[in-house]
Unconditional design. Structure first.
Length: 314
């Protein structure tokens, strides 16, 4: 089976590696996003998918768009049986969807139709979902609206962050993709239409979402912190500077009469903050210009900054 692969981040690279490791599949070309500035030096950096493709001497294409006729012609010249799309970052026009013999298929990090859009992993955590997974679907012109061919399920644990959940899904996604390709090759794959009424939109994460509102319940703040770890990382303010919160534990049954945002206790167990409902125990945080540390380590050096009675976010 001749395969064209389209993807960009590490999640996509894991799936490309699985295709490369399968003898019955021939990856003939790779599409990925153009190199982007990254790091402090803003040096142009290749995507994880591009780096992997170059290691295997595969042709790599990085168009800004797939709308042009010349892009359609180039894809057609590859004579692909199938196109696999994983977190590519570009919409595929209907002309492109029709080019591969078997069509175009997407690996989506959600149990569709639950979360459609750019950030299904983060939105599942943020919403307090107990379960998520990976869906292999045949692509159509809509946003993650195509027929579903196969699903792999994954439990969301109470301490999962976007990072840990990403790694879980990146582990179960490739075997699911290979199983689906086997079914397509045998002609036994059966598509299931999505129920649009069960869908939610998962918009791209913005940095503005990272600011904590201490008037919210502790359980909701915890979900926000986990959903935005490792990017962009939630924060509050302390003396007009950003205090980043990496990990915390909600204590919904604990309370005081203090104003939301007030530090009620600070010791080796963590920094206990009053919220709009219950309290939040901060376990890991990062002072401005410093490294991410446990609350105990931060208090050892800067106890005066986080003393009980201090109000965060004011």
């Amino acid at each position: 089976m001749r395969v064209v692969f389209a993807g960009t981040p590490e999640f996509a690279a894991r799936h490309l590696q699985a295709l490369l490791d399968t003898p019955s599949l021939q990856v003939v070309a790779v599409y990925t996003q153009p190199d982007r500035p990254a790091g402090r030096g803003k040096k142009l950096t290749a995507s994880p998918v591009k780096r992997l493709a170059e290691q295997h001497q595969l042709p790599v294409y990085q168009p800004l768009s797939l709308k042009a006729d010349e892009e359609h012609a180039r894809l057609a010249d590859l004579q692909a049986d199938i196109m696999i799309v994983v977190a590519y970052g570009l919409l595929l026009p209907k002309e492109v969807l029709a080019i591969p013999t078997l069509g175009c298929f997407n690996v989506h990090a959600s149990l569709l139709p639950r979360w459609r859009g750019a950030a299904p992993i983060q939105r599942a955590i943020e919403a307090g979902d107990a379960e998520t997974g990976v869906t292999i679907m045949q692509m159509d012109v809509g946003l993650d609206t195509g027929d579903m061919l196969l699903k792999a399920h994954c439990t969301i644990e109470s301490d999962d962050t976007a990072a840990t959940l990403h790694d879980k899904l990146a582990k179960i996604g490739p075997p699911a993709l290979l199983m689906c390709l086997e079914e397509l090759a045998r002609g036994t794959a059966v598509g299931e239409k999505q129920d649009d009424q069960l869908s939610n939109y998962a918009p791209k994460i913005s940095k503005e979402e990272a600011l904590l509102d201490w008037s919210q319940p502790a359980t909701k703040i915890d979900l926000q912190i986990r959903a935005l770890n490792p990017f962009p990382v939630c924060y509050t303010t302390l003396a007009d500077e950003r205090l980043r919160i990496w990990r915390a534990t909600p204590m919904p049954d604990s309370a005081s009469h203090a104003k939301p945002g007030t530090i009620c206790q600070a010791d080796r167990n963590g920094i206990l903050v009053q919220t709009g409902s219950g309290q939040l125990l901060i376990n890991e945080l990062q002072l401005p210009g410093k490294k991410q540390l446990s609350a105990a380590d931060v208090l050892n050096a800067h106890a005066e900054l986080l003393a009980p009675g201090t109000v965060l976010g004011s």
